[in-house]
Design a binder for this molecule. Structure first.
Ligand SMILES: Cc1ncc(COP(=O)(O)O)c(C=O)c1O
Length: 380
């Protein structure tokens, strides 16, 4: 009899809720993807490259022109210098980058600190590597890390810490001081870091995203992970990249070349073209998505929901304490059927969910969809 390596894992909540939304004809604010078109020039570039015959394997680390474009973007927007040859790897999605980074570094019994709630791929990646996930809750209410608690959890076996900012599912962001504290911890304890920055450009109300790459000790110990899917609105293209110092990159690539080997060629070419032609396109995203967040939140004015602050990401948490005591997972299913709005229960992002009544809504949707979803929610 096969002994499952991931006995507690089933089909992800995102797949289940999207399927239920489709079956019920509900408005789907569950899964994190835009329901509107990506830039036409980007889509045309993909078609052009496929038609021109760029359909064979790319170099294992990614197309050189795309890695150059990534390095130029990091220099332009983050003031970070990195070598495209030895420090940037293009992979099929941030999820694979996270998996490869963890697999490359974690040995049997190594502990990895995860901050709950967290993106659902981190824990299985640690378990598959034979590591031990150590879950520390983010501070309830603010969803900021309690660094004293994180430091207290560091043991002889602690090898890595995973952080995510802007944060899925809460929309919270790490402040500069958080990264300074993390930088000191990494220097003091010799830890590695996976810094999941896939929502780096989706930051609101004038906030600034700080990358782990901007802090010295972190720069030397971090796999920083990014997603073209999120930044260019093409989540179905499943292409992302990892920036890490040469020694870490070399290990990451050893895993990547046997997990997937390469990312898709014409997709990489299209992204490289678009990044060169429109280097500041990502800077337009904050206003676009902030407008969507605000539209959704305004339309909920007068409803019994409490709106949690959303500083960045695609997500808005709604607190339904004043409506019902029903557990969030059950409520998500009920509300997908009637009034027909799909969301994600926040408890699925925890190892040990605390007592709270929060649902995650994705506002990367057309304005009319957000308006209609809010109207339905107001009638609850
Ligand atoms: C925090 C976080 N990290 C990583 C990913 C995965 O990105 P990709 O689609 O590029 O694998 C997601 C996607 O939802 C995410 O929310």
């Amino acid at each position: 009899m096969l002994q499952s390596k991931l006995p507690a894992v089933g089909t992800t909540i995102f797949t289940r809720m999207s399927a239920l939304a489709q079956k019920q004809g509900a408005l789907n604010l569950s899964q994190g993807f835009p329901d509107f078109a990506a830039p036409e020039a980007l889509r045309k570039a993909l078609a052009r490259h496929a038609l021109e015959g760029h359909n064979q394997y790319a170099p294992m680390a990614g197309l050189p022109e795309l890695r150059e474009a990534i390095a130029a973007q990091l220099a332009r927007h983050r003031n970070v210098e990195c070598d495209p040859e030895s420090e940037i790897t293009v992979l099929p999605g941030a999820t694979e980058a996270i998996y490869c980074a963890i697999t490359a570094c974690i040995n049997l019994g190594d502990e990895v600190i995860l901050l709950d709630p967290c993106y659902d791929s981190y824990r299985p990646a640690v378990l598959l590597a034979g590591g031990v996930p150590v879950h520390i809750p983010l501070t309830p209410g603010t969803f900021r890390p309690d660094w004293a608690r994180v430091e207290a959890a560091i043991s002889r076996r602690t090898r890595m810490l995973v952080v995510n900012s802007p944060h899925n599912p809460t929309g919270a962001m790490l402040e500069k001081e958080d990264l300074e504290t993390l930088n000191a911890l990494v220097a003091n304890y010799g830890l590695l870091v996976v810094s999941d920055e896939v929502y780096e450009y989706l930051v609101y109300d004038g906030r600034v995203h700080y990358s782990a790459l901007q802090f010295d000790a972190l720069r030397a110990a971090t796999f920083a992970v990014f997603s073209f899917g999120k930044t260019y609105g093409v989540t179905g293209w499943k292409t992302g990249y990892c920036v890490a110092p040469p020694a870490l990159t070399a290990e990451l690539r050893k895993v990547h070349q046997f997990v997937c080997f390469v990312a898709v060629t014409p997709v990489q070419q299209a992204l490289a073209d678009f990044m060169c032609a429109e280097p500041d396109y990502p800077l337009t995203l904050a206003a676009l998505y902030q407008g969507k967040r605000d539209l959704f939140n305004r339309a909920l004015t007068g409803s019994p929901f409490r709106l949690e602050p959303s500083a960045g990401s695609y997500f808005q948490l709604l607190d339904y304490t004043d409506i019902t005591d029903t557990p969030d997972a059950q409520l998500c299913e009920l509300w997908t059927k009637d009034p027909g709005v799909a969301s994600i229960p926040i408890s699925v992002f925890y190892q040990q969910p605390p007592e709270q009544h929060l649902l995650r809504f994705c506002f990367a949707k057309q304005d009319a969809v957000l308006q209609q979803a809010a109207e339905r929610l107001c009638k609850i």
